[in-house]
Design a protein around this ligand. Structure first.
Ligand SMILES: [Zn+2]
Length: 419
């Protein structure tokens, strides 16, 4: 028995058509009609057709229907055969479905409207997830626009497969083009994927997202984490019911504002001291950015000296270190008490930059303390920052803003991209 099978395979192998039918995995009624090979250009062309009189499935209902006619020949790129670029040729049949009328039949190797076989698309998507477009075009010997077609198609496929909307989102702006332009990212905080991208950071940018949701979906949003950025605040208040108790100002953003205030104090004080020929604060910027317990050992001695001195910067730093504890308190009530004491300390001090940041926090304190209801931060979204820089490089070369958006969905959208 084994010998018979072996003989059969050997006989079959002599037949290029049969061989390619096996390689392509064609099933009845589809078969390879002819194969031609161009050894100069290293190209294999495979022509496929279905058996005469065969019934083919309707794209809508999958019912087997009579063939009505054939469209003109089309070509799909498949994976290479031993270094030879391989193309599949066929005339797509149209069927006549009693229910859906005349439709293009489902083709065996590719998705509708694609110029590639499913195999080729899947392989390309896997490669493009791990390399930039430029390298991909070289390795696969494919044009830029074709490569973008694959990415675009995959993203559309992934977006169309999304079934539910997230209940916990994070909204953040990210800069690109070296900080000259901004996008708005809406993150799905449950799966850490980018949920929506808008090409600016205005109120209308976030409105655009909320407008994709029904009233029902909007009311199911439980929490929105964000920076204290007025356009995002007003858009969320306008669209999300009970947003006052759902907006959480992200602790890392709040602390960034406080850090910036400390840095402003240092700069100003350093300028004054340098004028008097005192170099105490020179080159100390990074010391003040650390929290006390994370300070690298090499800075320790200088840090202790500076903190024991009478400098305003040292005082501002203590203020920062104190407010950092706000989020570690056990309850919202405790946090509110703590905040009040901190705020009173700051406003009675003489350090303007710190007073300014305390004032900003006071305006938003309810939503800062909403942290104690929802316990969310934008920390997960921060990993996206470094990715965006890489993605920008990947999308570069096409001065097309749409490409940046598509590339972010492709790499950070957590989408089901494969056919
Ligand atoms: Zn049908």
């Amino acid at each position: 028995m084994g010998i018979f099978i072996l003989l059969f395979i050997i006989f079959a192998m002599q037949d290029a058509e049969q061989l390619y039918s096996e390689l392509l995995g064609l099933k009845n009624p589809w078969r390879v009609e002819s194969v031609s090979l161009d050894s100069n250009d290293k190209v294999v062309e495979v022509f496929i057709a279905h058996d005469r009189g065969a019934k083919l499935p309707c794209p809508e209902c999958r019912r087997e229907c009579m063939v009505y006619d054939h469209l003109r020949e089309r070509v799909w790129r498949d994976l290479d055969s031993i270094g030879f670029k391989t193309f599949i040729h066929a005339r797509s049949p149209r069927i006549q479905c009693p229910e859906h009328g005349i439709r293009e039949a489902v083709m065996p190797l590719s998705e509708k409207r694609s110029r590639f076989t499913l195999r080729f698309e899947s392989r390309s998507i896997r490669m493009l997830q791990n390399m930039d477009v430029e390298n991909f075009t070289r390795v696969m010997d494919i044009s830029w626009s074709r490569a973008w077609n694959i990415i675009d198609h995959a993203v559309k496929r992934g977006l169309s497969r999304k079934t539910s909307r997230p209940r916990i989102i994070g909204v953040d702006d990210k800069s690109y083009r070296k900080g000259h332009k901004y996008i708005t990212l809406v993150m799905d905080m449950e799966n850490s994927g980018v949920e929506f991208i808008s090409m600016d950071r205005r109120k209308s940018s976030l409105d655009e997202y909320y407008k994709t949701m029904s009233d029902d979906e909007l009311s199911r949003i439980d929490a929105v984490s964000m920076d204290m950025w007025d356009p995002y605040i007003s858009s969320t208040l306008e669209h999300v019911p009970q947003a006052h108790s759902k907006i959480v100002f992200d602790r890392f953003h709040v602390m960034r504002h406080v850090n910036e205030a400390v840095d402003a104090v240092r700069k100003e004080e350093n300028r004054e001291l340098v004028k008097k020929g005192i170099m105490d604060l020179k080159g100390s910027r990074y010391i003040w950015l650390y929290s006390g317990d994370r300070l690298p050992e090499r800075y320790r001695e200088r840090y202790n000296e500076l903190r024991n001195s009478d400098l305003r910067t040292g005082k501002a730093y203590s203020m920062k270190e104190n407010i950092r504890n706000l989020w570690n308190l056990p309850s919202m009530e405790d946090a509110m008490d703590y905040w009040k004491r901190w705020h009173s300390w700051i406003v009675h001090s003489s350090i303007d930059a710190m007073k300014k940041v305390a004032k900003m926090m006071r305006m938003h304190i309810d939503k800062i303390l909403n942290y104690f209801i929802h316990r969310i931060t934008n920390a997960k979204a921060e990993g996206i920052n470094s990715k965006i820089a890489l993605i920008e490089k990947m999308a570069y070369g096409f001065r097309n803003r749409g490409h940046l958006k598509t590339a972010i969905y492709f790499k950070c959208g957590n989408l089901e991209l494969y056919p």
